[in-house]
Design a protein around this ligand. Sequence first.
Ligand code: GLU
Ligand code: ZN
Length: 292
Amino acid sequence: MTFTTRFAPSPTGPLHLGHAYSALLASDMATDQQGVFLLRIEDIDRSRSRTHWENQIYDDLEWLGLSWPSPVLRQSERLHVYEAALEDLWSQGLLYPCTCNRRDIAAAASAPQEGAPLLGPDGLIYPGTCRNAAIRTGAMPRNVPLRLDMEQASRVVSPEIEMSFLETGFGPNRETGQISFSRADLVNTIGDVVLSRRDMGTSYHLSVVLDDAEQGITRVVRGRDLFEATRIHILLQILLGLPRPSYHHHSLIRDDIGKRLAKRDDARAISKYRADGASPEDIREMVGLHHR
Ligand code: GLU
Ligand code: ZN
């Protein structure tokens, strides 16, 4: 199998130094292994994605000296694939509709008998309000958020299947190498994540595993903030019969006051550095990568 990495930005704002680091690292790793570097546009959030930002992504990445084969995979063209996977999980009885909003979840999670609310990769761990009452038979409901019943899902994974992944970078607590996790971890520290969001017909977690499989990604290179969510991705790969890549979580490039770069913060946009006369080599230097 050809060593294959990818960069998967969302066209919802300008690319920052952090994106440049991620893209350059993924491309360098592919080059070092005589592999392939692919691009994917994660535009499932139709309300925030813009063609203008997508075009600027191509422009910035080319300027940085990156190249990738065409056609680029765009998530908005794969909604039928996500739907088929949801149908698969629905028919396995693993999904249920839930329209609880953030406030409902916060209230239920902080109810006295629940103890301290716990945080998972997607925020507050869902307290399970709708889990038992929701109807799971018949046709899969449309235009309603669908959650994964984590307890049920981890139960259908046969005991021989190892739930683990190879980490070639580091997690937030220096985790590296073969990372194993238990069914109890999934239930207690992740819980019933949303796999289909309203108005999207999918979610980040669902599309990312389907698209990494479609693109034949063998090494996922991305920010350390997604380390914890990787367990969701491994579980989905098992449930959907998809190959399991290895993962390289890299450090997050921080700005001067140490806060994570947010897309709404234009200060460190690549385009700003370009306009100020920086060269691609300057960008490499700023993110701590060697010249090529
Ligand atoms: N679109 C995601 C992001 O920009 C990509 C996450 C991933 O690489 O898995 O954060
Ligand atoms: Zn609910």
